[in-house]
Design a protein around this ligand. Structure first.
Ligand code: COA
Length: 320
């Protein structure tokens, strides 16, 4: 009873906080429409039939009329009926992969659990017309042509990001791209696809020894035990998405720009970028062969200046 009341108060407080924050954004931000967002996506090279894996910051886009649902519709406009959208609808009640694996009473329920990955993934889940993968920590949601194929079978995959996962399947799709809307090169899951593909051949050990089996309930309420191998927290602390690793984020940005793989442009007010998924994966593999990973130390980065090994083509830049 007390728990229920506490939850209700917290939900009401969060709704109030969000309304105040949206109001502030409406008063201070430039107003951006669905058509303007779709045009920005087009300038980034997004075309009908594309498959997009999207990481986003709603706030960075300016004030979007209609909120996150409008951004989803603009993304659907850009890829069309033959296209596919994938969003990270991860649910990590422990805060991190490691802490979530330590929770003893946690059972992921795809019918009930939301996401901790921001307002766009939340709106995507709420949009209804999506397929969602069954996974206790890294459930992915998809809309469009390849949605069922990309999300099906995640719970049977031997690792989170490896064979049979949405990432490996996405890499195999024609015209698959990773899209960053208003985010840096930090919070990008594709890096882990290479780690799981290479396994012990990855340049450094990044995982804990123990693989946890986390229970999940699928759409029919059937229970699955899904293998999850957490990252070693000490290694994860020096990763590209850690606040203190601006050097790694800048390096990867410059590296993918210099290799001519990253298209940069504005979507609404957000500095955004797009990289073809297959080329992203192949280039990460090339970097790993030269001892550059998302865990590299400053000394390792200094030993391999960005221009080395890059194509020398200037980065394509979408005209605003
Ligand atoms: C963490 C992160 C989500 C924060 O970005 P953000 O823009 O602050 O957060 P959201 O995208 O959830 O957008 C919410 C914000 O949009 C703003 N907002 C509200 N309504 C809005 C509207 N109509 N138009 C524009 N902005 C609006 C509010 O400021 C809101 O902030 P609040 O939470 O204080 O209410 C982002 O930096 C990030 O890392 N994204 C990638 C996440 C990911 O994919 N992770 C997986 C990688 S392994």
């Amino acid at each position: 009873m007390l728990e229920g009341a506490k939850r209700a108060i917290n939900t009401a407080l969060e709704a109030w906080r969000r309304a105040a924050s949206a109001n502030k954004a409406r008063q201070s931000g430039r107003h951006v429409t669905r058509a303007e967002l779709a045009a920005g996506l087009q300038r980034l090279g997004i075309a009908p039939g594309d498959t997009l894996f999207i990481h986003s910051s709603l706030k960075s886009l300016g004030y979007v009329e209609g909120g996150a649902a409008t951004v989803i519709r603009a993304l659907q406009d850009a890829v069309g009926q033959q296209g596919t959208l994938l969003l990270p609808t991860y649910y990590l009640p422990g805060g991190t992969l490691h802490a979530t694996c330590e929770m003893h009473d946690y059972v992921f329920d795809v019918r009930r659990h939301g996401t901790h990955m921001g307002r766009l993934p939340e709106a995507f889940l709420a949009s209804g017309a999506i397929c969602r993968s069954i996974h206790p920590t890294h459930s992915v949601s998809a809309w469009g042509r390849h949605a069922a194929y990309l999300t099906e079978g995640h719970h049977r995959a031997p690792s989170i990001f490896g064979a049979g996962s949405p990432w490996q399947r996405c890499i195999g799709c024609d015209n698959a791209k990773v899209l960053g809307l208003g985010i840096s090169m930090g919070p990008v899951t594709f890096y882990h696809a290479l780690e799981d593909a290479m396994g012990d051949a990855f340049p450094l050990p990044i995982w804990q020894a123990r693989t946890a089996l986390l229970p999940c309930l699928d759409h029919a309420g059937t229970r699955w035990e899904v293998p999850v191998r957490p990252f070693d927290p000490a290694v994860a602390r020096r990763r590209i998405d850690h606040p203190g690793r601006g050097d790694l984020r800048a390096y990867f940005q410059q590296e993918f720009d210099a290799a001519g793989l990253r298209v940069n442009g504005q979507v609404g007010d957000a500095a955004s970028w797009c990289i073809p998924a297959r080329a992203f994966f192949d280039h990460l593999r090339l970097l790993a062969s030269e001892n550059v990973t998302i865990y590299s130390t400053a000394a390792q980065l200094a030993a391999r200046p960005v221009s080395h090994g890059a194509s020398g083509h200037p980065s394509p830049s979408a005209r605003a």
